[in-house]
Design a protein around this ligand. Structure first.
Ligand code: NAI
Length: 342
């Protein structure tokens, strides 16, 4: 039995988390959940948005499924862990757990309208450095500065992770994305590191693209790409672009993986505008949990959920309104559960 930490989160988080738990149970996965509270509501109730029991649970279980957590605007609550301060619970977890890569698949699903067919991408975003180290300052009243850090170690690590993932999952080609024509040292180092690692994996195709040219090509012929590896900032932007190619953030799952533990979460936020109204599309959270099941070796259960979800999407009525259907969160979940058991 795998024990998995679960943070239901804020807004629609508890609704989509309940949906994910229901389909995992129906699929017969050997999973039991340890529910821990984090996020804005947890902060308001208990005084801390990311209390120690969350870290204790993850340290025990090594795997966490996280619902979206709300970040209040302004400095309402910076998330403090020890001496360190983070802007949000999600960022605090990614940093504290040293989750060095964000894996975001983007592929067409049956029944989901999108501009393109045959899109099947996996994006590997370096998660630990680049402009996101948070070193910004005002040089004077009119000038701000941000520091961009790229290291050989982190660039090689994310590229190696990408190739190993490709090996396990039968992918073909990796494209390294950079802007080394302008950022010759930082992005230059990222590119050189990726190229060096690619030599260790001659069985895969490998090429590189400047990030602006990549964006243009992605919205013209996305089917010509397979896997992408990117520094943090480009990875953040391009993975949302890729989600847009296949139906939007409502259907986009993600995994954050480190050497010691892994966190699986939908890409979307807590959607306070529809929270508590049985309107949330549970699909991104369900697909995140499917990624988790594959990660822990529960592939048969993952296949059952994938197949049931595809059947419900293809039928097209028992899906939430954002997908053009008439069901609520609970109705869509029930349809998937019934399909799994059929
Ligand atoms: P959002 O993703 O929550 O919502 C954007 C729009 O998409 C809204 O109209 C919402 O109703 C819709 N939407 C999102 N998920 C949906 C779903 N599953 N089904 C149907 N419609 C859905 O982004 P927003 O509004 O920018 O952020 C809201 C809060 O979530 C903020 O506090 C933000 O910081 C937080 N957030 C948390 C994340 C995390 O915990 N990983 C990630 C992104 C945002």
């Amino acid at each position: 039995m795998h024990r998995i930490s679960l943070i239901p989160g804020d807004g629609i988080g508890p609704e989509v988390s309940a949906a994910a738990q229901a389909v995992v149970a129906a699929a017969g996965a050997a999973v039991e959940w340890e529910v821990v509270e984090a996020g804005m509501a947890a902060g308001e109730r208990g005084g801390h948005p990311l209390p120690p029991p969350v870290f204790e649970s993850i340290a025990r279980n090594k795997i966490v499924v996280k619902g979206p957590t709300q970040t209040p605007f302004g400095d309402a609550y910076p998330v403090q862990v020890g001496e360190r301060i983070y802007p949000s619970v999600a960022i605090a977890l990614r940093k504290e757990l040293k989750l060095f890569v964000n894996v975001r698949p983007a592929r067409n699903c049956p029944g989901i309208k999108s501009r393109f067919d045959h899109v099947d991408l996996v994006i590997f975003r370096e998660n630990s450095e680049d402009l996101y180290i948070g070193q910004e300052r005002m040089i004077d009243a009119d000038t701000a500065e941000a520091v961009k850090i790229i290291t050989r170690g982190a660039s090689e690590r994310v590229t190696r992770f990408a190739f190993d993932y490709m090996q396990r999952t039968g992918r073909r080609k990796l494209t390294a994305v950079h802007k080394s024509n302008v950022l010759k040292l930082t992005d230059g180092l990222f590119l050189k590191s990726a190229q060096a690692v690619a030599k260790e994996y001659p069985q895969f195709g490998f090429d590189a693209r400047v990030v602006d040219a990549l964006c243009m090509e992605l919205v013209v012929k996305p089917e010509s790409f397979d896997c992408l590896v990117l520094p943090n900032l480009y990875g953040d932007i391009v993975s949302d672009l890729a989600a847009g190619l296949v139906g939007g953030l409502g259907v986009a799952p993600g995994a954050n993986i480190g050497s010691d533990c892994a966190m699986f979460e939908a890409v979307h936020g807590s959607a306070p505008d529809i929270a508590g109204r049985d309107l949330a599309n549970p699909m991104a959270m369900i697909l995140s949990v499917v990624m988790m099941l594959r990660y822990i070796g529960e592939s048969a259960a993952a296949d059952r959920i994938d197949a049931a979800l595809a059947a419900v999407l293809t039928e097209g009525r028992a899906v939430t309104r954002d997908l053009g259907g008439v069901a609520g969160t609970r109705g869509m979940t029930q349809a998937i559960v019934e399909q799994i058991k059929a």
